[in-house]
Design a protein. Sequence first.
Length: 101
Amino acid sequence: MQEVSIELELFNRKYPLRLQPGEVDAVRKAAALINEKIKEYEVNYGVKDVQDLFAMTALHISTQLINSENHSASFYTQVNSTLNEFEQLLDEVLINKAEDF
């Protein structure tokens, strides 16, 4: 697939990028999230240093990602456990049915 060129703006600075067409929406949403968080830190905490704003935003988004990954892993562990219990119940039912014949 042919790459497309886009230009993103992150905190008043433009960045040219070449992306696969399927990546454009996700990258634009990520840039919007970054800009939103930077503005939030600037307004709520009075931070003016751009490097500090980017660092705080990176920490915030990275923490959310890690928490999301941990939650997903926990969810899949619970689903796997429930499926194993269900499988054991099915085995018991099938064994009992076989013994009835």
